[in-house]
Design a protein around this ligand. Sequence first.
Ligand code: HMG
Ligand code: MG
Length: 319
Amino acid sequence: MAAGTPGRVRVYEVGPRDGLQNEPAFVPTEDKVALIDALATAGLPAIEATSFVNPRWIPPLADAENLCAALRDRPGLPRITALVPNEKGLERALAHGLREVAVFMSASESHNKRNINKTRAEALAAFAPVFERCRAEGVAVRAYVSVVWGCPYEGPVSPAAVLETTERLLDLGAYEVSLGDTIGVGHPRQTRELLEALLATVPADRLAMHMHDTRGTALANCLVGLEMGIRTFDSSVGGLGGCPYAPGASGNLATEDLVYMLHGMGFETGVDLDRLVAAGMLAEALLGRPLPGRALKALAATCTTGPAPSSQPVSASDR
Ligand code: HMG
Ligand code: MG
């Protein structure tokens, strides 16, 4: 990384989707809209809003249609994206005007089967018509590879499995593959090893990193990614996400932590950190509990934007 010219980083916000999909209580659609508005006001360039999956599998996102209807044509929003697991999901997303969708599969067979009820080969076969239709409609497709370092059912995952999956998804037509440390087990040496394996054949601008901070290594992994040329990072407002049944365990990398580090290092993101903290405070108010993001905790006291007026801020002692 040349000193003095860090450049621009794209921060891809996944809180409304990856964060809220884990919430035990259903978050009302209007609260989701308010949160997405606040994230848009903070200047995030892309927001993954929901999932067009089977609502029986993911009840917290069962309002995907209503949410996208409420967001459609709303002024001031950046690119709104959603997960789609198959043609049916794509049909639903297209009916609500989405211009970008994300497919997802796992680097391990067992996680793939548990998550989308298909083998990896079946998943790739099911994605082919999704990519074809998106190409015909001019809709961008992002792709996730989950459990890149560790699978909750199989244990360690090899870089070769991640490389093979990444290449298949790029060949199908993904503009970018996001590498997901779904259970937050990766550390910087593994990040370097994985990226060395991938970057031998895949350009850095076709890769993104989606780190979970379950064991506190997410930012360190992103730093290795930055040094190796990765310029898109996924994160979740306040660190929303993770397992609601594992008290104290933090989930996705918090967007405030990522943006704080990037700005400190001189990277441009287009994000207003003060407004981002206000969005994090709004998320805490809507959920009625403090979120794990550390920069959010540190900066909330001096936030000049404040949470949206209709919300009840979480008190400093709760935080
Ligand atoms: P299935 O049960 O195998 O589906 O589920 P099926 O094709 O056999 O159909 C069964 C029923 O599902 C039918 O309805 C279909 O119409 C319906 P019925 O006739 O029984 O009434 N169905 C759908 N309904 C709505 N939308 C759809 C859809 N597709 C089928 N798109 C399926 C297969 C993939 C749908 C299911 O397994 C599913 O929804 N899985 C989603 C699980 C999920 O969202 N997991 C969390 C994603 S996060 C992640 O993976 C990691 C990531 O964040 C990265 C990281 O963190 O590292 C991306
Ligand atoms: Mg995730």
